[in-house]
Design a protein around this ligand. Structure first.
Ligand SMILES: [Zn+2]
Length: 211
């Protein structure tokens, strides 16, 4: 098998594996999912060629630069699609954002396949992800919600570290020792006051105190 076919088939198969294991996509027929996987791969390849033209990278499958760029595009796409990946593993957001918007696009284009209706415009209005353009989406565009809240989450954690203090003021309800760490979290409503998260440094018991 030649190198281009090898790369492209491997990628389409990897996309297919994510889709076929997804609870929603699984309900569509197999042939349809195969078709979508190849369309998505084609759009990644097109995006890669356009990028290569802009950066004066030679467009050959035996060029290391070209293949590396292609792999990066695929990696961005797949890590945003895969609900089990690191990028989606910050348990504070909807990790189905990309797959659901992709699914929405598939269903609508299937429904309106023979209609005169402008499907592209409908999908744009609904903010769905076009399988034929997906290769051109960066992480931010694929999933602005996850990517921004991922950063927010890191910022919050950094702040919490600074606000974490040690105190002998609080007695651990479990081991009765007075060796604790606490941090203050401001609650959303003004009249509720702050919440203290206290952790015992001896037995690691955690409890809350409402101010
Ligand atoms: Zn304790």
């Amino acid at each position: 098998m030649d190198i281009e076919l090898y790369h492209r088939n491997t990628s389409a198969k990897a996309i297919y594996d994510i889709l076929i294991n997804d609870e929603k996509f699984k309900t569509l027929n197999d042939e349809f999912i195969v078709d979508i996987s190849f369309k998505m791969e084609t759009s990644c390849q097109n995006a890669c060629i356009d990028k290569a033209l802009n950066r004066n990278i030679p467009i050959f499958w035996d060029s290391v630069f070209f293949v590396e760029q292609y792999s990066n595009i695929l990696y961005t796409l797949m890590s945003n699609m895969d609900t089990g990946s690191d990028i989606n593993d910050n348990n504070c957001v909807d990790d189905r954002y990309v797959v659901d918007r992709l699914y929405g696009h598939c269903v609508i284009s299937k429904l309106f396949k023979n209609a005169i209706y402008n499907v592209d415009r409908l999908c744009e209005t609904l903010n769905l992800i076009d399988v034929n353009k997906i290769g051109y989406y960066n992480s931010e565009k694929l999933n602005p919600y996850i990517n921004s809240s991922y950063i927010d989450n890191i910022k919050i954690r950094e702040k919490q570290k600074i606000n974490e203090k040690t105190s002998i003021m609080y007695k651990c309800p479990q081991c009765k020792m007075r060796n604790t760490k606490f941090r203050k979290i401001q609650t959303a409503s003004m009249d509720e006051g702050d919440t203290l998260f206290i952790t015992c440094q001896v037995c690691h018991y955690e409890w809350r105190c409402y101010g």
